[in-house]
Design a protein around this ligand. Sequence first.
Ligand SMILES: [Zn+2]
Length: 557
Amino acid sequence: MRILSLLRSWSSGLLLVLAGCQTPGGSLEQAADAITESSYRTYVATLASDGLEGRSPGTPGGERTVEYLEQQFRELGLQPANGDSYRQEVALVELTAAPDARLAFARGETGMQLAYGDDMVITTRRVQPEAAIADSEVVFVGYGIVAPEYGWDDYAGLDLRGKTALILVNDPGFGSGDPALFNGRSMTYYGRWTYKYEEAARQGAAAAIIIHDTAPASYGWEVVRNGWTGPRLQAEAPDGDAGWCQLEGWITHERAGQLLEMAGQDLAGLQAAAMRRGFRAVPLGVRATGGLHNAIRRASSPNVAGLLPGRERPGEYIVYMAHWDHLGRAQTSSGDTIFNGAVDNATGVAGILSLAQAWSTLKPAPARSVLFLAVTAEESGLIGSEHYSSTPLAPLEKTAAVINLDALNPLGRAEDLEVIGHGASGLEELLAEAARGQGRTVTPDQRPEAGFFYRSDHFHFARRGVPALYIKSGTRLRDRPVGTGAALVAEYTSSQYHKPADEYDAAWDVSGSLQDLRLLLEVGVRVANDRGWPDWYEGNEFRAVRAASAAARAPLD
Ligand SMILES: [Zn+2]
């Protein structure tokens, strides 16, 4: 174990000898040894078991998951983080569209009827028993982006009220590969479906339909179908979520092509036009009619939070987070209907439990407090983490860092390590140093076009300023032939991700997961025992919001 005597002052770039790092290497080593394969496997196997029925929030399986987490937190000696409770309740509404949801397009005498599930999915976020559009004019709005900082407005000069926006997924940077546009191939928030629906609603659209395409979406149609049919959860809003479009949906690439053909247009041509600066939206002369019936159910599902109080500065925190929820049970498929979510995200929750085990053996206890946070309803749109970050149990301005675990590697030890959203904050320097200790190298996202930084829970902390770290084990596996790791990850994405096949297998090689956990322990210990505050790098989109709360953080002595 290297002696942790020198720490880089990541916020200033100066080298400082810090007295704050009081954990001798031996103790860190000992704590790391408390992360064991057998308990990690037990956690994953339990969380991914059929008995928890896919861990859907607001269901009996979800409740059993929460009870299991409370019991583990208690046994690990963590204190309840919310008064005398481990729970932070999140009010949810569940809307389930009936299978007779319909969507049709017409132009004069010609028309096309789409099959729900196979050709399209539609939903609504309005809490009402019925949502519909009738004879709504369809407008192709390109990527559906209004981004003043890029001088980009796909809705310029349009009045979209009552109309239906037909929208491309991802952003013009991905489409064109031009690094000067929207961060090139790396996805920006403008590329995410969440943004597309938000913007269409701001424009007053009655409906917003995204054209699916596997490469720019980064997942296949099955993921859309599984995610957008069946019960859908959202946070309960006082206005009944009336600000959203009547209908939100997706259409397959093939059907979109036929629709545009019917309009006398051509999808490839429109795509090419949409990625060029100065693109103007195209009214299609087509009208959309459709709707759905909703079953409405109110539910509540908690974030689960356990605390290890700091020894010297208990009012300062670091957070380890993982979402405990997954997709529950499939509505339509026969055979195995349970979405066990073993990799996604039984592994991450098992990770924070294993880390809590390590932290609770750390002597002396850390200077800052450590919060272990298992959030709910990630799969429904990062709802639990959004709720936590808007009503935090530990003040965000005094939260030094959040470390998010979502999908650990079951493929064995890797030589590399990916930072999702690489180049963001000084936490990466600590990570790089810890990685060197394992003989590993840190690399940027290998699929920045997938926008993973915006697709997991730390995003809500980041946008409120908290420096966030989200890593993935690399794909250069130590004990396997070159190319195996990448091939296995691709295989997981196409045949297991968000499918009932994402199951725990005793044959998993969890050595890579354990290695990553040791790494995240070391990074956490360094932050928790230091007096400094990690910061976003100059030029980062979240630096200004963090700076706004600088006064709340104690200066270096
Ligand atoms: Zn996940």
